[in-house]
Design a protein around this ligand. Structure first.
Ligand code: F6R
Length: 607
């Protein structure tokens, strides 16, 4: 998505600070970038570049910014209008006095644009954003906050807007609705950003703006208004432990994040499981266990949706609670039957996904019990839910979610174990699961040692145009997640299928060029998977098996990736690591940018 960044204070620093800020935000959306800097003599420079923020930096390096003390910058993920320089933000008003950056979508922009065209305004871009700055200029009454209030009353949609006035270099102002925005306070510097974590190391404290807030920021003051009144927003201290992620010796963040998973799991267990006493600890879950929950609905998107599907498996199999899992975009507009014995779980790595957030708000309005599984403390979904489990995966920079998925799945397992204790616990099985959880970080570390072997098999298949990913039960979910990773990272078509369902039509696609991958550690559905594999082989198809080291049928498979299974409930954690490395190596061997795959954004804040 688009991200905004603003800086005000030291002459000569504005462009450098803005570009550094955009570089920290770049992983979240990255098809083009732009900046605007101003000085106290009403000079203004606007620079835009298509592609990575580095292209903007290279262009900017040719300019002299020594007098410029205030600036705003933007990374764009195109919604309205193609990826062109003209469509890059910032956008200017007709006179060139006001300039804006925007994250969100103005839904009624074409009506507003028409109205402005009739007043002889001309437009230089195809974006919805340009209308905001033109309209601002049209209705400007000499007071920034009052004009923003009028502007907001004319716009429908989602926005995080930041404006500069060329003729007053001391002020930044704007507003937000459904798009994240924070004000940051350094020793003397002032910042605005879509992401608090982009400001760590630069600021002492910060304010998270709420929907509807209108703000004004100067080097020595700030104002936040809500509904015309001064809003008392808390200034929160920066948590220095949430450091900006660094690559270290890894070639990219994706590989680093895959290798971080044993440590992430140890973090997510901490204080929540006592392995010696076989006890579980969580104030939030203790409260949820008192609610008399009879059903659960999980709402999420993408990879987080897949973690919800594994959550369904755990909650149904262990805690005996029926679960529906639905993607946020569909949930939002479907008929709802909210009842007091149902729990709604919203899952999100970023905590900002707009459809998940909106769905949560709808359930809350109907007095449903809501609960979030999120990775980012202070995110909109965490704040709106009011009760949550944090996944403690740390900052995830790679656009493809890896370590956050693993910790989300663990949170579901933890919830299921917790509720199971209150609902017909089989203590022998429970102890077996806790013992296996204890072994999980080491089991993943062992698996990561097979990175090179996984790479060799994956690269053999890198030039296939299509794949089936097959599995049964919870391993079908792993196949779904696998398929998503391959599409987003390698841009290769793949479909996840129940291996048993293939013969009902889709097996017609199989030939020697259409490989299938089967996730099958050797559980009770193993013979069924083996029959499906034979059916594929009989039609000339190749099957790569993800199998237990002791599998005696290895010789019949085209290729195998072997691992040491734990117990059935824990194997998805191992299988998913294999799939992450598989997709990574295929994408890497095809020369894809694994950290910033094309067309994507890390956090989806528009509908
Ligand atoms: C895929 C991926 C996306 C996200 C989805 C939801 O690797 O990362 O599918 O899972 O956009 O995002 P969050 O979890 O931030 O709500």
């Amino acid at each position: 998505m688009c991200w905004v960044f603003g800086y005000i204070w030291h002459p000569g620093s504005a462009a450098r600070e803005v570009i550094a800020g955009l570089q920290r935000l770049e992983y979240r959306g990255y098809d083009s970038a732009g900046l605007c800097v101003i000085d106290h003599a009403s000079n203004m420079q606007v620079i835009r570049a298509v592609g990575k923020v580095n292209n903007l930096k290279v262009k900017s390096d040719q300019h002299d910014f020594s007098t410029y003390h205030a600036g705003i910058g933007h990374t764009r993920w195109a919604t309205h209008g193609g990826v062109t320089e003209a469509n890059c933000h910032p956008h200017l008003s007709q006179s060139g006095r006001f300039v804006v950056i925007h994250n969100g979508i103005i839904e009624n922009y074409s009506e507003l644009k028409q109205e402005l065209i009739e007043k002889w305004y001309t437009f230089n871009s195809e974006t919805d954003t340009e209308v905001t700055v033109q309209l601002f200029e049209d209705i400007f009454d000499g007071d920034y906050l009052s004009t923003i209030t009028k502007l907001v009353s004319r716009m429908h949609g989602a926005y995080g807007l930041v404006f500069l006035d060329r003729d007053n270099g001391n002020t930044m102002f704007g507003t937000k609705k459904w798009s994240p925005m924070v004000l940051g306070f350094g020793k003397t510097e002032r910042y605005i950003s879509s992401d608090y974590r982009s400001l760590i190391g630069l600021i002492d404290d910060y304010i998270i703006l709420e929907d509807g807030d209108i703000f004004l920021l100067t080097p020595d003051n700030y104002q936040v208004l809500s509904e015309w009144l001064a809003a008392d927003r808390i200034r929160q201290t920066v948590d220095e432990s949430e450091k900006v992620a660094e690559l270290g010796d890894f070639p990219n963040f994706m590989l680093k994040e895959v290798f971080e998973q044993p440590r992430v799991l140890e973090d997510v267990f901490r204080g929540r499981i006592d392995f010696d006493a076989y006890s579980l600890h969580s104030h939030t879950l203790a409260h949820i266990a008192t609610l008399g929950i009879k059903r659960i609905t999980v709402v999420a998107s993408g990879t987080s949706y897949h973690s919800g599907l594994l959550g369904k498996y755990y909650l149904e199999e262990l805690a005996n609670i029926p679960v529906d899992v639905i993607v946020s975009t569909e949930f939002k507009y479907k008929k709802k039957f909210v009842s007091t014995d149902e729990l709604y779980i919203f899952v999100s790595q970023s905590g900002e996904t707009i459809d998940t957030l909106d769905s949560l708000k709808i359930v809350k309005e109907q007095w449903g019990h809501v609960f979030a599984i999120v990775n980012v403390p202070g995110s909109a979904i965490a704040r709106a839910a009011g009760q949550w489990l944090f996944t403690r995966a740390g900052t995830e920079v790679g656009v493809a979610s890896t370590k956050a998925f693993v910790s989300q799945v663990w949170c579901f397992l933890f919830l299921a174990l917790y509720l199971w204790q209150k609902n017909g616990l089989d203590y022998r099985k429970y102890r077996e699961i806790i013992d296996s959880i204890d072994k999980l970080p080491e089991a993943i570390s062992d698996l990561l040692l097979q990175n090179e072997a996984i790479k060799q098999v994956a690269e053999k298949y890198a030039h296939s145009q299509n794949f089936f990913y097959l599995g049964r039960a919870h391993e079908l979910v792993i196949a779904m997640e696998w398929s998503l990773k391959l599409k987003e990272l390698a841009y290769i078509h793949s479909e996840a299928y129940s291996s048993g369902e293939l013969k009902h039509g889709s097996i017609a696609l199989i030939d020697a060029e259409f490989p299938s991958l089967m996730v099958n550690w050797g559980g009770i559905l193993s013979p069924k998977n083996a029959s499906s594999a034979e059916e594929i082989r009989a039609r000339g198809g190749k099957v790569v098996w993800i199998i237990a080291k002791w599998d005696s049928n290895k010789h019949i498979y085209a290729d195998t990736i072997e691992f040491n299974p734990l117990i059935s409930e824990l194997n998805p954690f191992l299988e998913v690591v294999i799939l992450q490395l598989w997709a990574y190596h295929i994408a890497n061997s095809l020369g894809r940018d694994v950290d910033k795959p094309r067309n994507l954004a890390k956090s989806v804040t528009v509908e």
